[in-house]
Design a protein around this ligand. Sequence first.
Ligand code: NDP
Length: 458
Amino acid sequence: MAKFDYDLFVIGAGSGGVSASRRAVAFGAKAMICEEFRVGGTCVIRGCVPKKLFTYAAHFAEDFEDAVGFGWQQAHPMFDWPTLIANKDAEIDRLNGIYIRMLNNAGVDLVEDRGVLVDPHTVEVGGKTITAETILVATGAAPFRPDIPGIEHTITSNEAFHLEEFPHRAIVVGGGYIAVEFAGIFNGLGSQVTQLYRGEQILRGFDDDVRAMLAEEIGKKGINLKVESQVERIDKVGQHLEVTLTSGETIAAELVMYATGRNPNTKGVGLEDVGVELDDKGAIKVDQFSQTNVPNIYAIGDVTNRMNLTPVAINEGRAFAETLYAKQPRSLDYTNVPHAVFSNPSVGVAGLSEARARQLYEAVDIYKSTFKPMKHTLTGRDERTLMKLIVDVASDRVVGVHMVGPDAAEIVQGMGIALVCGATKAQFDATIGIHPSAAEEFVTMREKFVELEAEAAE
Ligand code: NDP
């Protein structure tokens, strides 16, 4: 008789847990997975996917305006929030069903209930006790809100996907991915948006030119971005909310959304009881093979707070399964992971920011270009695109690619391949552009930005 019920028990059926369990079974393991909310996890159910659908919805506002310059008569279409919510919900239900079927077809046993570790090999789930040789924790993360007076009147991204009424005025607190994405969504769909950020510039950690460009562009689109703004309290006044800043200023809105980061879901999973070490942010500490200090317990995805991106969690899951069940040890390379912010305009990044590249390399060359997208020659829209390359002088390798503008994610994904391949600036230059496109700018930038500045100063 087998010593354990399963070879692998996965807690959490999000992107990471699902990919790990399916791979493990493909390599011959017997696996069970549990999920307390909905199979698909943050990305599919209340993150990337519904957010991207909202982003498309929001962009139509500009598309209708822009069409006029191309001869389309202004139609003044009306936006209907309940239709968007219903259609989005139907799509999420469809994807949820696909994820459940994928698990079934793969032969992974699914329990739709919360799993709690009772000892390093035992999980309590759905009123049963299941044992497994290996446990994988993939419980993700959840929105964090600071504890200030009136915080109970606010929502997070979780609730933003299910609002019954669309707000005329919205305040978004935070300056990271979720804050800029939702500020753009609310703005595009017709809210008057104020975005409050405590620091000097939004998107801390991104390239400074990208940050400045995005702040300028979202301002042009009507978002009232207030930096160095801290919220002191939030009061409900009649039908609306009043946000008081530490400066004493008050701002009214129907909706206040907090996007002030996410905390790893490590509470109530029994981790402390079985001795799994957490870091000071409550994330599970793991080595490069996603192994915790308890040898048979592993963790992947946002719960480890390494790089909180869906494709990274999926790859951590695959690497875990290959390491344990195909006996092909693999760990992830976290350098050059391309990423995007689905703000309006969008941001795409592969490799290093200029500031980081200057720390790592003795000398770097900067190439940058800002221009009006061709489409807007006829629309009259005052929107500009930024493209920037950072090159290590010693090796001529391109070590950073940045873009703010339409389709940045689509364009920079390909640039990510070039960076993984170690492409040099000479190879970028030797690549023929696709004309007319915005992307061709990445292979036609010839003039070093710093040199030009220096020459101008002479
Ligand atoms: P981020 O960590 O990106 O941003 C959090 C923001 O909240 C920062 O601007 C931070 O300011 C601010 N903040 C933190 N604490 C407070 C506080 N007490 N008071 C006021 N402001 C505060 O978190 P998000 O929630 O936006 O997103 C979480 C993660 O999810 C992202 O980091 C990313 O990894 C992932 N994600 C990826 C997306 C994508 O790939 N497109 C989309 C959405 C999320 P400061 O800068 O000063 O610390």
